[in-house]
Design a protein around this ligand. Structure first.
Ligand code: AMP
Length: 115
């Protein structure tokens, strides 16, 4: 399906540039183009899933590799003071890219609850 080919598919294939932060066999992490905090990056798995529901259907090894990749990316970003990991999922959460991605947000004290 054409609309399955998202901007993150294109970034992963190297067709669109990104400001890469971290990469390993499981994940690619790059800075968000529209940052919502002093540090804001997104982490995508190298195997396609549209959201966290689909992600959970992938092999446990892969899900574990993805989670470890998120933590390594946060370490690479130097967020010793802490950070937030967000998966916007579906319409009500305003997920705008149908390729699962973890937002890593940090670099300031983050408000709670989120909007
Ligand atoms: P969401 O709204 O949770 O689906 O998040 C999608 C995120 O992708 C938004 O924060 C966008 O700013 C970000 N984004 C969209 N296009 C790009 C791009 N080319 N490079 C980096 N981040 C992007």
């Amino acid at each position: 399906m054409a609309d399955d080919d998202t901007i993150f598919d294109k970034i992963l294939r190297g067709e669109i540039p990104c400001d890469r932060v971290y990469e390993d066999e499981w994940v690619l992490c790059f800075r968000d183009i529209n940052p919502q905090a002093p540090v804001h990056a997104v982490v995508i798995p190298k195997k396609k899933a549209r959201d966290v529901g689909e992600l959970c259907a992938l092999a446990p090894d892969f899900v574990g590799g993805y989670m470890a990749g998120i933590v390594k990316a946060a370490q690479r970003l130097g967020l010793e003071g802490g950070y937030r990991v967000v998966f916007n999922t579906g319409k009500d959460a305003q997920q705008s890219v149908a390729y699962v991605h973890a937002h890593i947000l940090g670099g300031r004290v983050l408000g709670w609850p989120p909007g």
